[in-house]
Design a protein around this ligand. Structure first.
Ligand SMILES: [Zn+2]
Length: 66
């Protein structure tokens, strides 16, 4: 299936039977991030974690569900 990255609007094709595809099918509101954006955000999160100023909150996914 084709999915659009919420950050850069890049269209990616993911396998129909992948866990991500299943998640998106069950919950169309679920946001998709392409690998490069995901990597970028992960990097940034790690940076913040390293500075010690960022308190890691677990329900990170919940915030994206609007
Ligand atoms: Zn992207």
């Amino acid at each position: 299936m084709k999915v659009k990255c919420v950050i850069c609007d890049n269209i990616e094709t993911i396998p129909d039977d992948s866990p991500t595809a299943k998640k998106l099918r069950n919950r169309p509101i679920h946001t998709f991030m392409c690998q490069s954006c995901y990597g970028r955000i992960e990097e940034r999160t790690n940076d913040r974690l390293n500075t010690g100023n960022f308190i890691f909150r677990k329900p990170l996914n919940k915030e994206k569900e609007w």
